[in-house]
Design a protein around this ligand. Structure first.
Ligand code: SF4
Ligand code: URA
Length: 188
């Protein structure tokens, strides 16, 4: 198995899909590499591409405020994306791009060994939980997969567009907090 440093270097050089050609920076991941909880988004946006850090733009700032409610900050979780380079004009990453990139995320999961994985939005949930995942119906529900507790919440960009989804997401955050209490030893 590759170390964090080896994996990061491979990703920095990667041109396995077309997104590699247009990136400013690779967006590898951020937070605590030994965290018990991991968050996974879909792909970098403009601010992430410019800084090389996931979830630092408007959606990321909302996410930070949401996670503060349940006492989580980046010393307590690890955060990454399904694809590590920015899709042009923030379109959804194509299936082929996700296929090309997903093994890096899987390696990151193996290195972190979290107890809980939270998908941010439909794209991550379809990729990591189930190809027919319906975010409107299934968000906040827990499933056990390959030794991880997994759930999905609405993507913070969706919450920026549609504030009516925020109360449901608040309930999901409380459920995440409960799951942390149930299965984590070092978090909170
Ligand atoms: Fe490589 Fe992933 Fe970037 Fe595509 S998105 S070039 S697979 S690192
Ligand atoms: N949206 C994502 O899915 N990931 C980021 O890193 C930023 C915005």
């Amino acid at each position: 198995m590759r170390s964090w440093e080896e994996l990061r270097q491979v990703c920095e050089q990667c041109q396995k899909c077309e997104l590699g050609a247009s990136r400013t920076n690779l967006v590898f991941g951020d937070g605590n590499p030994n965290a018990e909880i991991m968050f996974v988004g879909e792909g970098p946006g403009q601010q992430e591409d410019l800084t090389g850090t996931p979830f630092v733009g408007p959606a990321g700032q909302l996410l930070d405020r949401m996670l503060e409610i349940i006492d989580l900050d980046r010393t307590k979780y690890y955060i990454a994306n399904i694809v590590k380079c920015r899709p042009p004009r923030n379109r959804d990453p194509l299936a082929g791009e996700q296929d090309a990139c997903i093994d890096y995320l899987r390696e990151q999961v193996k290195l972190v060994r979290p107890k809980i994985i939270v998908c941010l939005g439909r794209i991550a949930a379809m990729r990591l939980i189930s190809p027919d995942y319906r975010i409107t119906r299934e968000h906040g529900q827990w499933v056990q997969r390959s030794g991880f507790w997994m759930t999905a919440i609405y993507h913070p960009s969706a919450l920026l567009r549609d504030e009516s989804k925020r109360p449901e997401t608040f309930d999901d955050l409380i459920s995440i907090r409960e799951k942390i209490k149930e299965v984590c030893e070092r978090t909170c």
